[in-house]
Design a protein around this ligand. Structure first.
Ligand SMILES: C[S@@+](CC[C@H](N)C(=O)[O-])C[C@H]1O[C@@H](n2cnc3c(N)ncnc32)[C@H](O)[C@@H]1O
Length: 603
């Protein structure tokens, strides 16, 4: 049955019908609801009282739920809400004030009423009116089934969390222990943009990103991150705790930004949840927990919510001395790392790579630009057999191709229309007429590319291209896969092989330099290092920022020479090379910064 589009159980409907049918004034009705359940302003106006009375006297059919994508609406099930609240009790948390910033149907409020005995006030805020009602009905249902449970004052408020005045709650209750509990909306500002939704904080660019970041997606943020930070900012000087279900990326960002923000939070913990099981979505999410009103801390311990009982044996007070079962990520002085304990094994190579890591070619036009070779002919993604001059056609590798240690041949080919970004493409018409005709015939597919980076660029433009793309020898890694393995890419038919934009690479003119780099990058030290600074749940495990942190010079100067020789022997035998370490010193010199003063000699 539904009232105000909110689900209501028969028990609650019968109760309200029996107790309110003869009540005419809103004051009397609100008084009754306060005395029975502690609700402050159960009804906002007379009209709501009248509608409720009329509707519960006649039963209704269930109608389908509206589309609520813009509200990031994933209601937490009772079992999970109870698990979270119970876990907090094992940490001896017993709040006086409970705040659920986006309370939905109220499951975290009910879990809090059930598990915390000393609560004096509850505040639930929710933007969607039917859920405001449903929370109220669910709370009544809880008390009808558990009449002896503690009854604090309860305010369920119909408001956007972005308009609600949390500072007043903080001021009025500054000496009381507070718990902020819940599950803020799972939706990003860019998704809201595509839905034309205004469900955003007024200060949408709260991280002060610039226009370029907006174009590349860097300024995209989850509104749950904004809400969590809003709660931290308001309540950080008050005794209490925060326990919110959020995406893992939100927790990572909060810990990352803690270096600048220095919020008064500590004992930061992340308890992973199985989102498929709990919410039927494929998003990596966890419970974010922290203690308020403390000296700022900059690291987060990771656990699973399903094995929290084990944690009771681990006492936080002594945590640096005690053996902890968890992984810890966060800041170690000025370095942000994904595994604080592993990091110490490889921190000596955390620096700056002397060579520049580059992302592969981006064209966003795979049906036209990606070609297979079938019986000596090129075939595009539209299954058209095409004839082209061979000059602009190069072999290309994608992330899924980078499985082996050495690659000599490619499955796919691509047309490289420019030698550097923005280069005029008119020359193709005169030098390569067949290629030009083919590209022109598909101009519409190029024109349909969505990304604004192609606006006002020459026809058939590509990105991620430069001198480095044409280096004959490359060492590459997939940005998407979690395989900590680098691949040597050799030229094909005496032409350099390209990588696509899911891959990162270093380019070399000398095979020796490429092989030396390959050995260093596939060494145990590099693997340990990368494992301690990459996040398993990141969209891209490896990014340019991550790879640029590998100090190849330091690694080259400290690697055991016999290990180096053994690896080189293995590569020579396996791939039929005949390489020596004769160029090792040149390689080291190539990586050394040019000493200042050298330029002056030539001035
Ligand atoms: C992920 S659901 C979680 C609901 C509830 N906290 C729970 O754990 O079951 C997010 C809730 O936030 C509400 N919401 C979305 N935008 C909001 C806003 N601006 N202000 C308040 N609530 C909002 C949605 O209607 C939805 O009920």
């Amino acid at each position: 049955m539904r009232v105000f589009e909110a689900n209501i159980t028969h028990q609650v409907s019968d109760y309200l019908n029996d107790n309110l049918k003869n009540v005419v004034s809103i004051e009397k009705a609100n008084q009754k609801m306060y005395e029975a359940f502690g609700f402050i302003h159960f009804f906002d106006n007379d009209e709501d009282l009248q509608i409720l009375k009329e509707t519960i006297s006649i039963s209704q059919n269930i109608v389908s739920e509206p589309d609520r994508a813009e509200y990031g609406d994933f209601q937490t099930n009772t079992e999970l809400a109870n698990k979270v609240a119970f876990h907090l009790t094992t940490k001896n948390i017993s709040p006086k004030i409970v705040i659920e910033p986006t309370c939905g149907k109220g499951n975290f409020i009910i879990a809090s009423l059930k598990h915390f005995d000393n609560v004096k006030k509850v505040f639930g805020i929710e933007i969607y009116k039917p859920y405001v009602w449903e929370s109220k009905f669910n709370i009544i249902d809880f008390y009808l089934n558990n009449p002896t449970e503690n009854k604090p004052e309860i305010s369920i408020i119909h408001s956007s969390v972005f308009d609600f005045d949390f500072k007043t709650i903080s001021k009025e209750n500054s000496t009381k222990g507070i718990l902020i509990i819940g599950n803020p909306p799972w939706v990003t500002n860019s998704k809201l943009g595509s839905l034309n939704s205004s469900n955003l904080p007024k200060k949408a660019n709260f991280k002060n990103h610039n226009g370029l970041d907006a174009m590349t997606g860097k300024s995209n943020f989850d509104i749950a991150e904004y809400i969590t930070l809003m709660m931290i900012e308001v309540f950080q000087h008050q005794k209490g705790n925060i326990a919110l279900l959020v995406k893992n990326s939100v927790i990572k960002n909060i810990v990352f930004d803690q270096n600048n923000n220095k919020h008064h939070i500590a004992d930061i913990e992340k308890y992973s949840i199985d989102s498929k099981k709990e919410f039927n979505v494929s998003v990596e999410a966890s419970l974010f927990y922290c203690k308020l009103n403390t000296e700022p801390e900059f690291e987060c311990a990771e656990f699973s919510i399903y094995t929290t009982n084990e944690l009771r044996t681990i006492r936080r007070t002594n945590r640096r001395n005690e053996e902890r079962k968890s992984n810890r990520f966060g800041w170690l002085s000025d370095k942000f790392v994904s595994n604080i304990d592993n990091y110490s094994n490889a921190e000596q190579i955390d620096g700056k790579c002397p060579f520049e890591w580059r992302q592969g070619i981006k064209h966003d036009c795979s049906s036209i630009m990606e070609l297979d070779k079938v019986n000596g002919h090129f075939v595009n993604g539209l299954k058209e057999e095409i004839k082209l001059e061979s000059d602009l056609v190069y072999g290309i590798l994608k992330s899924s191709d980078l499985k082996n240690t050495v690659i000599k041949e490619t499955r796919k080919h691509t047309i490289v229309t420019q030698k550097k970004v923005g280069q005029e493409t008119n020359y193709i018409k005169y030098d390569y007429p067949k290629t030009y005709q083919y590209l022109s015939e598909h101009q519409d597919v190029f024109n349909a590319r969505k990304s604004s980076i192609y606006n006002n660029k020459p026809p058939f433009s590509i990105f991620g291209v430069g001198d480095y793309s044409f280096k004959p020898y490359k060492v590459a890694i997939s940005g998407l896969y979690k395989t900590f393995h680098f691949t040597l890419v050799l030229p094909q038919n005496e032409k350099p092989v390209m990588l696509d934009d899911t891959c990162y690479m270093l380019g070399f003119d000398k095979l020796e330099f490429a092989v030396y780099s390959l050995i260093l990058l596939n060494s145990e030290t590099t693997m340990q290092f990368l494992k301690s600074i990459t996040f398993a749940d990141a969209k891209r495990t490896f990014t340019k920022d991550v790879l640029m942190r590998i100090d190849l010079l330091e690694l080259a100067q400290t690697i055991d020479k016999s290990e180096l020789q053994n690896e080189l022997n293995y590569i020579n035998e396996t791939y039929n090379f005949n390489l020596t370490l004769d160029l090792w010193c040149d390689f080291i010199n190539e990586m050394k910064p040019i000493e200042s003063g050298q330029m002056e000699l030539f001035a």
